[in-house]
Design a protein around this ligand. Structure first.
Ligand code: GLY
Length: 334
């Protein structure tokens, strides 16, 4: 009893002294930070109607708000990343989940990954069909399997055993994506000509506990064949998170992002060379450009900086921080 009374008195004194502290002496509130993307590519005002632009901005804002709420309420970076990507996967404007591009064989093969910066645990799935939320399956692989990456039929079996939601194939079909495939087939244009906006989705976050997380989800490239897999499920290329440095999610021409190992290269420049994240991201994206690739990245640093870098004319993007930043943008000059 005496111990409880002493403890109560101590707690009351501590609370009172924190309240009595002048504002300047109080420890700062722990920061949180969030950045999101919905794809990079050829995005100019001439290609957009005002209505279409408003739809994209509203979709990005809703996804940003969903993740920001998790972080502002003291939730974890992983949950914020998941909250953002769940929304974008259900939105057919983006190339992930419903609205994913068609393969050559008129299916949708989905790729996703997620990474926890605390211990660099990671989960990824590649070339799966019928999974409503690939990001949930990637997280399941991370948290409930001894593996990092599962692919194809095996990943679908793992999904079924773990109660992951599925949808019939036609649920993923959308008219613009079918037209894009028809163009690739009949006009013999490349996927790059029709996937001018790419459309992969991703999020990176720092929570109030100082933990970083990153996630990415995509349908890949229109008309892909032979079980082609891009950078999005490749840890270190499309996704990376390390509490000592940064969290990165990439979008763009996946082959180049794999070759450069974009996401880890950015974090390593911060960790090993002490570069700030804008310089690190711009340097690595310049390397991608030199090789002939294009796209972009979103990055949140362990100090809370939220950074974009892209070598395309635009990137669907947004960022929000505990410091009051809250913005979405599409074009390069914004
Ligand atoms: N960046 C997505 C892909 O290449 O599949």
């Amino acid at each position: 009893m005496r111990t409880i009374m002493l403890l109560s008195a101590l707690l009351a004194t501590t609370a009172a002294s924190a309240q009595d502290m002048p504002m300047t002496d109080r420890p700062p509130e722990p920061k949180w930070s969030l950045a999101i993307h919905g794809g990079a590519g050829t995005l100019t005002r001439d290609d957009m109607t005002p209505e279409r632009e408003a739809e994209y901005r509203a979709a990005l804002q809703a996804a940003l708000d969903a993740g920001a709420k998790v972080l502002a309420d003291g939730g974890e970076a992983l949950d914020a990343v998941e909250a953002v990507i769940l929304r974008l996967e259900d939105d057919e404007k983006f190339n992930a989940g419903r609205g994913a591009v068609f393969t050559w064989d008129e299916t949708h093969e989905l790729d996703a990954s997620i990474m926890d910066g605390r211990d660099r645990s990671a989960g990824a799935i590649a070339g799966v069909t019928g999974i409503r939320h690939p990001i949930l399956l990637a997280r399941k692989v991370m948290e409930d399997s001894p593996h990092v990456m599962l692919a194809g039929r095996g990943a679908e079996e793992f999904a079924a055993e773990n109660g992951i939601e599925t949808m019939p194939p036609e649920w993923f079909d959308t008219a613009p994506r079918r037209e894009a495939l028809e163009r690739v087939k009949t006009e013999q244009v490349s996927a790059l000509d029709v996937d001018i906006k790419f459309g992969t989705v991703g999020a990176v976050a720092l929570d109030r506990g100082g933990n970083l997380a990153a996630g990415t989800s995509t349908g890949g490239m229109t008309g892909k064949r032979w079980n082609r897999i891009g950078d999005s499920p490749v840890i270190g290329a499309g996704t990376y998170a390390d509490n000592r440095s940064c969290a990165v999610s990439a979008t763009g021409w996946g082959e180049y992002f794999i070759r450069v190992g974009v996401a880890k290269a950015i974090c390593d420049r911060g960790l090993l060379a002490g570069e700030n994240m804008q310089t690190a991201s711009d340097t690595v994206m310049a390397e991608v450009k030199t090789l002939g690739g294009d796209g972009g990245v979103i990055v949140v640093a362990s100090n809370g900086d939220a950074v974009f870098s892209f070598n395309t004319s635009g990137m669907y993007r947004g960022r929000a921080t505990s410091g009051g930043t809250n913005e979405v943008a599409i074009y390069g000059e914004e």
